[in-house]
Design a protein around this ligand. Structure first.
Ligand SMILES: [Zn+2]
Length: 637
């Protein structure tokens, strides 16, 4: 009897402990990961956490005349899951251009083809995969391996030969046939999709809207281009010594330890044929069809994707920056650009200065990559160690450069499932681009994306709704609202605690796939406070931020005036008051969003004893407020 009671008590204690972990709504599918120990309630990866990985060995080439990309790859895939895999899912992201495939945005009809990616051959562990075992749907290719399934903790190899034609129309999202001899190439190789503990095989195709979710992998990639082209790519360039003439090799090497920007080569030098050991073939040889292609080899480890770019007439600036003061480790930072892009000569320096601030201030974590290249394409788009950034001239390239590079942390170093939780990555990039640009430019360049105008409308969907389910509400839920939540969080915790939480989050989940509750619980755990009261309205609830000044009253006993601030909206934001007194003096009062933690509706802010308040202004740019009509009190003049 006693034993039974104890057992019952123990059961309730355990159940209570589970419920006490969070007051947030945890979807049932997440509970499974706690039961199975792949994730844990304190926000750490669980004792049974696993993720799969790949090693890619790829050779590819582009024929600039036809824009045809041809490649072959060998992939070694490691199944670290406890499951036996009967299919392996490939992503063929270029199939967004295959006829009949679902797309978030229109593409030019001239870029659409019946076949999309042409799979020329496919083998599994050396054996040809029968056509019946290949199932194409949306942007996926499922390869059935049911006869010889992939057991837990074992590996397999796939070899694929493929080709497709690069989309040429202007506005091909995130990739670029920038001109007839300049290419930015992502989404280009058959890549194994993520199989994870939360959802099994990733099931959201690439439609053009939601971006990354890839496993970490090692890449050894060789890109072959006609003579006269330079290739930039994810990873470290392995064979510069074989390709560059001594003068240019020496500039490239010098830039690896130079804080000052060095021109590796200019358009003029590249076109004149001085840069490369293999001189350009004479016109006669080209006409006869012979060519001497050059192979550029790159290696990168532990990255979730690989992109490359090529041009025969771009300028190349480079410098480097210390990203870890403890070890002196540097990152080699480049800008590759068209001579007509008048903002681009600033980009290599801005990029290096930004990376330094990212490493030391926000997020305040050593930049993880040895290389970063900002390539003058036609978009604002990040890839590991590469950006496809349009020229912003005559405006400054500051914010765009900082934004795209800051994505290195989220979703790359932290392998966010951005297709489901874009706020875990775009929200941070929007937060970083404002604060870092503002700091680097002496407060002339930073811009906050406006949340107030959309907040509380039907299009202000709580960020916890999966990104893949959003269309018109996607941007606000991914950028505006979460970035404002992060501003509020920084203010709430103060830099030291904020930085400690960020560092703990990164230490725990670097190179892994954190999901929303891993983020919430880690910050609760590392800050030593339960922030559920903050996460819930900002990420789970419908609503809006709105504070107002109810009035200014006199507190006779304290001989001061008191400003009454009312919380009219459910989303908690700081109280920031700028007060001007009748004697012309000014005073600023600030209280973090923590004043609303216990559900208060009103806050009294006491002014300086003996002074008479003339005007009060409530709010500032990083504090959203849907109705600023009641944020002023008193009259100027
Ligand atoms: Zn972004």
């Amino acid at each position: 009897m006693l034993r039974q009671s104890l057992a019952i008590l123990a059961f309730f204690a355990a159940a209570n402990a589970m419920l006490a972990q969070t007051s947030l709504f945890v979807p049932r599918n997440y509970l499974k990961s706690y039961e199975q120990g792949t994730r844990s309630w304190d926000g750490k990866p669980g004792p049974n956490y696993w993720q799969n990985r790949s090693a890619y060995n790829i050779s590819a080439s582009i024929d600039p005349k036809t824009r045809r990309l041809s490649g072959e790859e060998t992939i070694t895939y490691f199944n670290n899951s406890p499951d036996t895999l009967k299919i392996v899912r490939f992503k063929l992201q270029h199939d967004r251009y295959r006829k009949g495939v679902q797309r978030s945005f229109d593409v030019a009809a001239s870029d659409v083809s019946d076949e999309g990616t042409r799979i020329e051959s496919l083998t599994f562990n050396g054996r040809v995969v029968d056509a019946n075992d290949q199932n194409r749907s949306a942007t996926f290719l499922d390869v059935s391996i049911k006869d010889t399934p992939l057991k837990p903790r074992s590996s397999a190899t796939f070899s694929v030969r493929w080709s497709y034609t690069l989309p040429a129309a202007k506005g091909s999202a995130r990739e670029c046939v920038c001109d007839s001899t300049t290419f930015f190439v992502p989404y280009w190789y058959p890549q194994i999709a993520v199989y994870d503990d939360l959802n099994g095989w990733a099931s959201h195709p690439y439609t053009g809207q939601q971006e990354f979710y890839h496993d970490f992998a090692d890449y050894d990639v060789t890109i072959k281009m006609p003579a006269g082209f330079q290739v930039w790519a994810t990873g470290e360039w392995q064979n510069a010594r074989d390709i560059l003439n001594p003068e240019y090799l020496s500039r490239w090497e010098k830039a690896h330890s130079s804080a000052a920007v060095i021109s590796v080569f200019s358009e003029k030098e590249l076109k004149a044929g001085w840069v490369y050991r293999n001189p350009k073939l004479p016109e006669s040889a080209k006409l006869s069809g012979s060519s001497a292609p050059v192979s550029f080899r790159f290696k990168a480890s532990d990255v979730p994707d690989f992109a490359f770019a090529a041009s025969d007439h771009y300028n190349w600036d480079a410098n480097s920056v210390v990203v870890d003061d403890k070890t002196g480790r540097r990152t080699f930072v480049s800008a590759a650009y068209n001579t007509t892009s008048t903002d681009y000569p600033q980009v290599a320096k801005i990029a290096a200065d930004g990376i330094r601030l990212m490493s030391t201030w926000l997020p305040g974590y050593p930049f993880p990559y040895p290389v970063m290249t900002v390539f003058n394409g036609d978009d604002g788009m990040e890839y590991p160690m590469m950006c496809n950034d349009v020229s912003t001239a005559p405006r400054s390239p500051m914010t765009l450069t900082i934004h795209e590079i800051s994505h290195t942390y989220f979703p790359f170093m932290m392998g966010i499932n951005e297709q489901d939780h874009a706020w875990m990555d775009e929200g941070w990039a929007a937060f970083f681009d404002y604060l870092l640009s503002d700091s680097l430019s002496n407060h002339t360049e930073g811009g906050v994306r406006d949340y107030s105008a959309i907040a509380g409308t039907e299009n202000d969907v709580p960020p916890m709704v999966k990104s893949r389910n959003l269309t018109t509400a996607y941007r606000n839920a991914s950028y505006q609202r979460p970035s404002q939540a992060y501003f509020t969080l920084l203010d709430l915790l103060g830099y030291e605690k904020f930085h400690a939480c960020m560092t703990e989050y990164m230490n725990r989940w670097k190179g892994k796939h954190p999901a929303p509750f891993d983020f919430f619980q880690t910050w609760n755990n590392a800050s030593g406070q339960n922030l559920d009261w903050f996460w819930k309205p900002w990420f789970f609830d419908w609503g809006y931020p709105d504070l107002g000044i109810q009035g200014v009253i006199r507190d006779e006993a304290a001989n001061c005036q008191v400003i009454l601030v009312e919380r009219k909206g459910n989303i908690p934001v700081p109280i920031h008051l700028e007060v001007e007194y009748a004697d012309g003096s000014k005073e600023t009062f600030h209280q973090t969003a923590a004043v609303w933690r216990d559900g208060k509706q009103n806050v009294r802010v006491a002014c300086t004893e003996g002074k008479t308040v003339k005007t009060v202004l409530l709010g500032k740019t990083t504090i959203p407020d849907v109705d600023r009509g009641d944020n002023k009190w008193g009259k100027k003049g």
